[in-house]
Design a protein around this ligand. Structure first.
Ligand SMILES: Cc1cc2nc3c(=O)[nH]c(=O)nc-3n(C[C@H](O)[C@H](O)[C@H](O)COP(=O)(O)OP(=O)(O)OC[C@H]3O[C@@H](n4cnc5c(N)ncnc54)[C@H](O)[C@@H]3O)c2cc1C
Length: 306
């Protein structure tokens, strides 16, 4: 793993750096490349623009690891409001949430109750909610909670698997058996070599392997990557196997590879953009810098030019 990636991911948990970054006007401006705004209205506006370009969405209210039951319930209520507002505005977007934001650290029953409230609303509206995948200490608990929710809500709820984990190949098979809707990503957290491939080439190789399995036998997989070589591989694979474009979607993050997002839509593929918003943007922002440290200079340069 690159030193810069490790450094940024460690800083994602550092309180002094947090205070500096969040309190600083330049860094606040820098986040706007990856975060649609602090308010829901700004995120809905960004979503409207994406929908006009033929890009579907997934709205994410930033936040993770809440510390009290009240915070978990408040986050659940905010997600219910997001679903109401999507419906009112007639936007083509679902929602993504993190179970630690729904109280997973505070107890499984609380987390189930809060998340089920959000899913009840999504089901009523014929919408869909994805459970994002967090660090590896949460993988098993997230999958257990997903299975419990899936038993009640079926494919109103979906899950994420991360190609950097050794266990993912098996999890892909389990999710195929369950008929679950999976988003496949490489994985964004700092993980030890005991659980995750340390070398990027192995992560990429595992991504391709899992992607092919999901494309062949999975239910509407979301291929979440900006990696052009992998995207080209997916296109060639579906063409070879006769898999229709309606059976899967590509997914990318807000503000990253907008050119490629548009090109995939032009070429007739389903494209979904993950649009985060809210005040709790710090850890999300640090993970994006970790993926591409050149972003720091790119954004700094653009902010200073203004
Ligand atoms: C829709 C979506 C949802 C996700 N959900 C989760 C989740 O639930 N859990 C989780 O752990 N991870 C999640 N991720 C993040 C993911 O795990 C990776 O960390 C991230 O997507 C970078 O990997 P990559 O596949 O784009 O490939 P990489 O090999 O990292 O990058 C390939 C190319 O993409 C471009 N690129 C990648 N990242 C950036 C960036 N930050 N800024 C600018 N260019 C960039 C560069 O051109 C780079 O060369 C999600 C990603 C997407 C797209």
């Amino acid at each position: 793993m690159g030193l810069m990636r490790k450094t940024f991911l460690s800083l994602a948990d550092n309180n002094s750096v947090y205070k500096f970054v969040v309190g600083n006007e330049i860094t606040r401006q820098m986040t706007r490349r990856f975060v649609a705004g602090e308010r829901l209205s700004e995120a809905l506006e960004a979503m409207k623009v994406l929908n006009e370009k033929g890009i579907k969405g997934s709205l994410d209210l930033l936040g993770e690891n809440v510390h009290s039951q009240d915070e978990a319930r408040k986050a659940g209520a905010e997600y219910e409001e997001i679903l109401d507002r999507i419906k009112e505005a007639g936007l083509d977007t679902n929602a993504s949430l993190k179970l630690t934001q729904m109280g997973l650290d505070l107890g499984e029953d609380l987390c189930y109750e809060v998340t089920a409230g959000v899913l009840r609303k999504a089901r009523e509206y014929g919408n869909f909610v994805r459970l994002d995948m967090e660090g590896s200490t949460y993988t098993q608990r997230t999958l257990d909670m997903f299975k419990r929710l899936h038993a009640e809500f079926g494919n109103t709820v979906g899950i994420v698997l991360q190609a950097y984990l050794y266990r993912t190949e098996q999890d892909v098979e389990d999710m195929i058996k369950l008929g679950a809707r999976v988003r496949l990503c490489k994985g964004a957290y700092l993980e030890p070599a005991g659980v995750a491939y340390p070398e990027k080439k192995d992560v990429d190789g595992n991504y391709v392997k899992c992607m092919e399995r999901l494309l062949k036998d999975g239910y509407y997989p979301g291929l979440a990557t900006h990696d052009e070589a992998i995207i080209d591989h997916a296109k060639a694979y579906v063409a070879k196997e006769g898999i229709g474009r309606e059976r899967f979607e590509f997914q990318m993050l807000y503000g990253i590879r907008n050119d490629l997002q548009r090109k995939l839509v032009e070429d007739g593929y389903n494209m979904r953009c993950y649009v985060p918003f809210g005040t709790q943007w710090y850890p999300y922002f640090m993970r994006r810098l970790a993926e591409r440290p050149a972003n720091v200079w790119f954004i700094l340069h653009n902010s200073l030019k203004k």
